[in-house]
Design a protein around this ligand. Sequence first.
Ligand SMILES: N[C@@H](CCC(=O)N[C@@H](CS)C(=O)NCC(=O)O)C(=O)O
Length: 219
Amino acid sequence: MAPTITAFERSPDRGKGLARDMRVRWALEEVGVAYDVRLLPFEAMKRHAHLALHPFGQIPTYEEDDLVLFESGAIVLHLAQRHAGLLPKDADARARAISWMFAALNTMEPPIIERGMAYLFEREKPWYAERMPMLEQRVDVRLAQLSARLGDAGWLDGTFSAGDLMMVSVLLRLGSSRPLDAYPNLAAYVARGEARPAYGRAFADQLAVFTGTPAPGQA
Ligand SMILES: N[C@@H](CCC(=O)N[C@@H](CS)C(=O)NCC(=O)O)C(=O)O
């Protein structure tokens, strides 16, 4: 049976690909595994049936036969380990690609999310004007370091891997506020990720939930 993932029935971003089911969809497309999607209203995410799958009442989840996973990183890693295409065969290169996955989720994503959350929820607060430059600065430090490491390379460590998939997914959460403009190599890196056919298919599928337009190739 095809695996099933969960996604928002109504995503706050209205299908701009920022919800975390997108990275799982992208991984599934990269490894060529067909999948089903169960769309959840927000209230259902907090009810018992979904909490049994995801202790924190969030999306995405992943169900494959008797296996249930939560956390987008764990799901992408599972797919990358079970299928060819997202991790190098060489053991050391594989370990490095996994390091980049953790770097994306553990080092890059937290300041990016904190900045995004402040923008969304604290704009009217008296502390916002003072706090925001500090949050911007924390993001910028990480972008500068990542940019220096990437240099002129196409991907973070040789060929495209789950580490790049996760890093591009996280950088995309910077949205249209474009702190990436200061780092043309990172902007080009993100664009390279978005240009991958698997990314395009995943993006079209998640967008179709909101536009009602079937993704190309689907009835
Ligand atoms: N660390 C988790 C984060 C999951 C997460 O924050 N999901 C969001 C959607 S992108 C969500 O379900 N938000 C609703 C909520 O937390 O109530 C992962 O990577 O899967």
